[in-house]
Design a protein around this ligand. Structure first.
Ligand SMILES: CC/C=C\C/C=C\C/C=C\C=C\CC(=O)SCCNC(=O)CCNC(=O)[C@H](O)C(C)(C)COP(=O)(O)OP(=O)(O)OC[C@H]1O[C@@H](n2cnc3c(N)ncnc32)[C@H](O)[C@@H]1OP(=O)(O)O
Length: 301
């Protein structure tokens, strides 16, 4: 741990801030490329939105150090940003990526699932459902530029997008590792897996809690492209251009036809799903398993 301005800041977070410095340099490059002129970044504390109105695309960056775990705050801020972009006719597509080095998203924030009240668990789960439904059914083209590890809930975010580009680095693992924590992915995560990689591959990955390295993720169809780390965003933007070449109304109706039945399974039973989660996560055995996992993570650090 390093001490900074009276706050305990993990050394890893300071290292990752190297990415933010690189981000500042990139901002200069963007300005030089014309993005700066009259185009302003917006967003919130944990979600940075870099709009390119001329292209109709916004790059949405998760920036909740140290690992972009999906806290209630991050979920809420992401929903708000997506809603804003969905309702703004300027935009036809988003690239979802991470502003941190080496991590796309660590999945659900385990501190939200440990030692809290049933009311808190319910609020948290509703926020996660809201984010998934909004992203999964968004009329915008969504491309995930997966520039870091993306376990469990991080993988769900990627699967909710239309297209996935993963960085070719051994640390960039992606997959549904829930069972390894002693927990169970919700049925709508399972459905997303099945829709993406097929029943057999999904069943194996979900039961075994597999975290796929890039080449395996590509082979199984969990991601669509694997490219060198420094080409993830440009490749995502190139993919976006291909998707944007299709008329919106035809693509959107097709997307809805493909995805609505899956989304409706949750939309029609949201409250039952909340209650099922609350009773599952409140069990002593699950609380113990989550605490133990969280402690192991902290000791590793
Ligand atoms: C009946 C059924 C009904 C409904 C469904 C029921 C239940 C479903 C319930 C839950 C579903 C959950 C899905 C999930 O997403 S669970 C989360 C799974 N995520 C993980 O396993 C990832 C764990 N993290 C890592 O593997 C690594 O941190 C990493 C690869 C992402 C990054 O590695 P680094 O070496 O770069 O960083 P670390 O040193 O490991 O971590 C830094 C720091 O961050 C803390 N942390 C990491 N991950 C999480 C997390 N997910 N939540 C909270 N905090 C996390 C870690 O402890 C370190 O903290 P300190 O700095 O030491 O304090």
């Amino acid at each position: 741990m390093a001490l900074m301005a009276g706050l305990r800041v993990p050394a890893r977070a300071l290292l990752r801030s190297g990415c933010w410095l690189r981000g500042a340099a990139l901002a200069g490059a963007e300005a030089a490329a014309g993005l700066g002129a009259g185009v302003r970044r917006f967003g919130s504390q944990r979600v940075l939105v870099e709009p390119d109105p001329a292209a109709g695309v916004a790059v949405v960056k998760l920036k909740s150090p140290p690992v972009n775990s999906l806290s209630l705050e991050l979920l809420t801020e992401l929903v708000i940003s997506l809603e804003k972009l969905d309702n703004d006719k300027t935009f036809r597509g988003i690239v979802l990526t991470s502003d941190l080095c080496g991590v796309f998203s660590a999945g659900l924030d385990l501190t939200e699932l440990c030692g809290r009240s049933p009311a808190h668990y319910a609020e948290y789960w509703r926020a996660l459902q809201e984010l998934w439904l909004r992203l999964y059914l968004s009329g915008l083209v969504s491309v995930a530029a997966v520039n870091g590890a993306s376990p469990a809930g991080g993988c769900l975010l990627c699967l909710s997008c239309d297209y996935r580009v993963l960085a070719d680095s051994p640390s960039c693992v992606i997959g549904p590792n829930e069972t390894r924590l002693g927990i169970v992915a919700p049925f709508w995560f399972k459905d997303c897996m099945v829709n993406t990689v097929g029943h057999r591959a999904a069943e194996q990955a979900l039961q075994l809690g597999t975290l796929f390295p890039p080449a395996e993720a590509l082979r199984v169809g969990l991601v669509d492209q694997v490219v060198p780390e420094d080409q993830v965003q440009s490749t995502a933007l190139a993919a976006m251009a291909r998707w944007l070449a299709i008329p919106d109304h035809a693509r959107q109706l097709t997307k809805s036809m493909m995805r609505k039945p899956t989304a409706d399974r949750l939309a029609k039973h949201r409250e039952a799903d909340v209650q099922s989660f609350v009773s599952f996560v409140s069990r002593d055995s699950i609380q113990k398993a989550l605490q133990t996992y969280l402690e192991k993570l902290k000791q590793k650090g």
